[in-house]
Design a protein around this ligand. Structure first.
Ligand code: MN
Length: 205
């Protein structure tokens, strides 16, 4: 069950968790989506505060940001996205309850999931790969989820002088919704894999 490498890309993830207690994945399983395409997932997580974990598969891990207000389909909204530790790719399928006293204790549901395209790859100049885009602090992806569709930008603003602070912004395209897009987390609150609400998953906590 335990992971042998203590200095790989998942070192921070592994160090925070006791896998004899939490049902979260240890890594090493899972992989890319259909036809080898990279996956994204948004997990609704009720830990000490409710937030949405936005994750993109990049280079064999899930690059991850915690979004307190969740994503919006309105380009008018700029949602704080706090960079957190890389997660294993098989975390994308995780739905369940992290036990009390464990890191991130509380229920998790797969709020949205699908595959994505790196929009930077098609640009004339600037960063091309996802790794380059993240290093440059400006990521543009097209999401193909059940709830989230079309372009999204992640911009490394470092607001408040905090290295971890990015913004998640819906790009303007045919999927954008200025009128009702801000409320997608309330309008469509439940899991896309099980149909369950976060309260149902968290029952018996
Ligand atoms: Mn979380």
């Amino acid at each position: 069950m335990s992971k042998t490498s203590d200095d790989g890309p998942l070192a921070a993830y592994l160090a925070k968790r006791d896998f004899s207690k939490t049902p979260e994945p240890t890594g090493g399983k899972g992989g890319a989506g259909p036809e080898g395409r990279p996956v994204f997932v948004v997990q609704k997580h009720r830990a000490s505060t409710l937030h949405y974990d936005f994750r993109l598969e990049v280079g064999g891990v899930l690059k991850s940001w915690a979004v307190p207000k969740g994503p919006s389909m309105s380009p008018k909204d700029k949602r704080l996205a706090v960079a957190v530790e890389d997660h294993p790719v098989d975390y994308a399928g995780f739905e369940g309850t992290i036990p009390a006293d464990e890191y991130g204790a509380g229920p998790v549901i797969v709020w949205d999931a699908g595959v994505y395209r790196n929009l930077s790859a098609m640009k004339e100049d600037g960063p091309k790969t996802m790794q380059e885009a993240i290093a440059a602090g400006h990521v543009e992806v097209a999401l193909e989820g059940e709830k989230l569709r079309g372009g999204f930008a992640l911009v490394h603003t470092k607001m408040g002088g905090k290295e971890r602070n990015w913004l998640l912004i819906k790009m303007r395209d045919e999927a954008a919704d200025d009128a009702g897009g801000s409320d997608i987390t309330d309008a469509r609150p439940d899991s896309v894999v099980s149909g369950r609400s976060i309260d149902e998953v968290g029952e018996g906590e």
